[in-house]
Ligand binder design. Structure first.
Ligand code: SF4
Length: 109
């Protein structure tokens, strides 16, 4: 299965996403239901308030993503305990744009 991962741009400075890649590769945590997956793209939301994530999600789908995954920096606020205040709207907008083509997973680890 192929997935696209969207992450928080504000977290990029200090997190290379190592655990996201590891969990995806090993089929663990949020990927327990899918099993090991191939990451077709690992992009940021583009910065607050996350509008760019919608177009980026579409590109990930065009590149083969069957599942869109929000990294835990967005939904859980990893690793500093500050979840994205725009997560709900960002998720809704992405669901509207590509929800017919893919499923969505809200976290990674
Ligand atoms: S919109 Fe949310 S996910 Fe994107 S940079 Fe801002 S806080 Fe991070």
């Amino acid at each position: 299965m192929q997935v696209g991962i969207i992450r928080c741009q504000q977290t990029e400075d200090y997190c290379p996403g190592t655990t996201d890649f590891k969990m995806a590769r090993e089929g663990k945590q949020a990927f327990e239901k899918t099993g090991p997956v191939e990451i077709v793209g690992f992009v940021s939301c583009g910065g607050c308030p996350g509008k760019r994530a919608v177009g980026r999600a579409k590109i990930l789908v065009d590149r083969g993503a069957q599942v869109m995954v929000f990294a835990s920096c967005i939904s859980r606020g990893n690793p500093v305990g500050m979840p994205c205040p725009h997560f709900k709207l960002m998720r809704q907008a992405i669901e509207q744009r590509v929800g017919d083509e893919i499923r969505i997973i809200d976290w990674t680890h």
